[in-house]
Design a protein around this ligand. Structure first.
Ligand SMILES: Cc1cc2nc3c(=O)[nH]c(=O)nc-3n(C[C@H](O)[C@H](O)[C@H](O)COP(=O)(O)OP(=O)(O)OC[C@H]3O[C@@H](n4cnc5c(N)ncnc54)[C@H](O)[C@@H]3O)c2cc1C
Length: 404
């Protein structure tokens, strides 16, 4: 697998400063101070926490003084607003938690670490798409003698006397093992794969009452001809910010307006589309399935509204140039990917659902069960999800050695 990186560190920083200077010069110093604040949170939140097990209260207490010192109870938007005055700039500096399913107005300001992380390490893209990461991982597993079975849905994690004993698949087969690692959504794993009598902490009530991330409406499409001026990553903001986020996260209603992230990987990797064509996806954050939306009915209407917005803004003439099109709605996230409430990123990463408060990587309820992926510590997004695998890479050998 090869990767492509974008404008890193110094280049990004000076380009950002130039743009801020020309747009709102009085925020330049504030932006510099904000990046310093972001770096502090990166040191604690990323370097300190991200790939370490967080399954004991001791681990929590060790970090608590630093988290308090950094005023982690404050939201991302509140921290950004301490440094930046312009409302539009506040928006562009604070929307990043949406990339991992959090509301910038309620998730802990520790997540401002993303600003520094992106500047420090750059933004990377796998050539060949995320599928090439999956192929790389599959090759690693098979190269070590592991076997992968696709289209084999786990219907139940078998538990005896509090110990994991294997899994039962939808086709009825039973696979026996004293060690089970679930990469399915953590909320789904507990709610639907483990009988309630085996769960003391992650009861049905606790799972139902938890807060979940936003849903995602994703429209993948290909065009004949290319939109050469459109960059790999664009954000097309709607007229409202806080109001729209309240609709999505609090009121759980699908609003008339929306904001979009537009992805054009062909800018970096032309192999993502046939020669002379473009590949895109447009993503709109929407409420999860607690909202009263029948996506089987409404998906095509919503797609057309997005198409119209794109035609009016970045992709003129789009509707005449579409050659392939595919939709993913919160209903698909639930029905096809087993994501609880069809949320895009599992549990919302608010402070009371982060670190020790998130489902632990070593199950609190079932011995021999381990969890990885977006719903566990540290959270959603590829870097975090891969870090969760690094955590169990520490936990499982230690547990096996203790047993031996
Ligand atoms: C459109 C989109 C764009 C994104 N872009 C980025 C990005 O640019 N950068 C970034 O860092 N992150 C990005 N993310 C987020 C990132 O992809 C996710 O956070 C990450 O993939 C979550 O990994 P996971 O292993 O927890 O879950 P998944 O990747 O969803 O994997 C879980 C797998 O388990 C399977 N499964 C579930 N239940 C069962 C069961 N019972 N039996 C068998 N299999 C089951 C599912 O089918 C699924 O294949 C994006 C997400 C989306 C939706």
């Amino acid at each position: 697998m090869t990767t492509a990186g974008f404008l890193t560190t110094a280049a990004t920083s000076s380009r950002n400063l130039e743009q801020i200077k020309s747009y709102c010069a009085e925020d330049v110093d504030g932006y510099k101070a904000y990046l310093e604040a972001s770096e502090k949170r990166y040191k604690v939140g990323f370097e300190g926490l991200v790939d370490k097990p967080f399954d004991s209260l001791m681990a929590l207490f060790r970090f608590l003084p630093e988290l308090i010192k950094l005023r982690s109870d404050r939201s991302v938007y509140r921290l950004v607003s301490r440094y930046i005055r312009d409302p539009q700039l506040r928006m562009t500096m604070s929307f990043h938690p949406l990339l991992i399913g959090g509301n910038p107005f309620s998730v802990t300001s520790v997540y401002t670490l993303i600003s520094y992380l992106e500047q420090r390490w750059g933004v990377w893209s796998a050539m060949g798409g995320t599928g090439s990461i999956v192929k790389g991982m599959a090759g690693l597993i098979e190269g070590q003698g592991g076997k992968i079975e696709c289209n084999a849905e786990v219907e139940e994690i078998l538990v005896e006397n509090g110990n994991a004993k294997g899994v039962r698949l939808r086709d009825g087969r039973v696979l026996h093992s004293d060690l089970v690692v679930s990469n399915a959504d953590a909320a789904w794993t507990y709610r639907h794969l483990i009988d309630a009598r085996h769960r003391k902490r992650w009861t049905d009530r606790k799972i139902e009452r938890s807060h979940y991330s936003n849903g995602l409406f994703v429209w993948y499409f290909g065009t004949k001809g290319q939109y050469e001026d459109v960059p790999h990553h664009s954000v097309i903001l709607g007229p409202r910010y806080r109001g729209l986020l309240d609709d999505i996260f609090k009121r759980k209603v699908l609003a008339d307006d929306f904001s979009l992230y537009l992805h054009r990987p062909t800018e970096t990797d032309p192999s993502m589309a046939p020669e002379g064509c473009d590949a895109f996806y447009a993503l709109a954050p929407v409420p999860h399935l607690d909202a009263d939306v029948d996506w089987t009915e409404y998906a095509e209407t919503f797609r057309q509204r997005i198409c119209q917005r794109l035609e009016d803004t970045m992709l003129p003439g789009l509707s005449d140039r579409i050659v392939t099109s595919r939709l993913l709605t919160p209903q698909d996230f639930q029905d096809r990917l087993c994501s609880f409430k069809g949320a895009g990123f599992s549990f919302e990463p608010r402070i009371t659902q982060s670190a020790w408060f998130r489902p632990h990587n070593r199950s609190e309820d079932v011995k021999g069960l381990y969890l990885v992926g977006a719903g566990t510590h540290p959270g959603a997004g590829m870097p975090a999800v891969i870090s969760s695998a690094k955590v169990i890479d520490q936990l499982i050998p230690a547990a096996v050695a203790q047993h031996a």
